[in-house]
Design a protein around this ligand. Sequence first.
Ligand code: PRP
Length: 177
Amino acid sequence: MTAEGKMYTQEVLLDREVIAKRVVELGKEISVDYRGKKPLLVGILKGSFIFMADLVRHISVPLACDFLRLSSYHHDRSTGVVRMDFDMTQPVTGKDVLLVEDIVDTGNTLRYLLQHMDAKKPASLSVCSFLYKEVGSGVKEKIDYLGFTVPNRYVIGYGLDSEGLYRSLPHVGALKE
Ligand code: PRP
């Protein structure tokens, strides 16, 4: 969907209090599951930066952070081709890796990521996604920690953008025609 030439109003789907509460819950869940381990959290840029920053502050086990940058959307549409803009900077072999995504939509990015990370031979590989969009991508079972399921709308805020904008909104909204 492109906003070009159209008027969109924004509808709040998840307000900041609801998000904050869920992030605390996810942090606790991850802390329990990774007790005795030192996971490496890998944030997928750009969208995950706000979720990642909030999430790590609610995880009580010692952890390391790294990032990689993928993109597949152009003018708010999935191109279906996932592009690696830059990879992470440390080896993951033998590490407990937790991928941190802002949203799983068509599932193309997650499929690519799992293949890419698997090849690096981590000790374990799990996925935490802030949002999951119900579009029948067939990858829901690959998400180990999920914040919220959202309807099939174009969502923005809390890291998610429309043509580079709105990532800074504290809530998640839907663009509405
Ligand atoms: C978004 C989002 C996910 C991906 C999910 O990234 O951050 O990585 O799309 O979509 P999919 O399930 O349809 O593959 P985008 O390519 O928009 O880059 P960004 O994170 O920099 O916004």
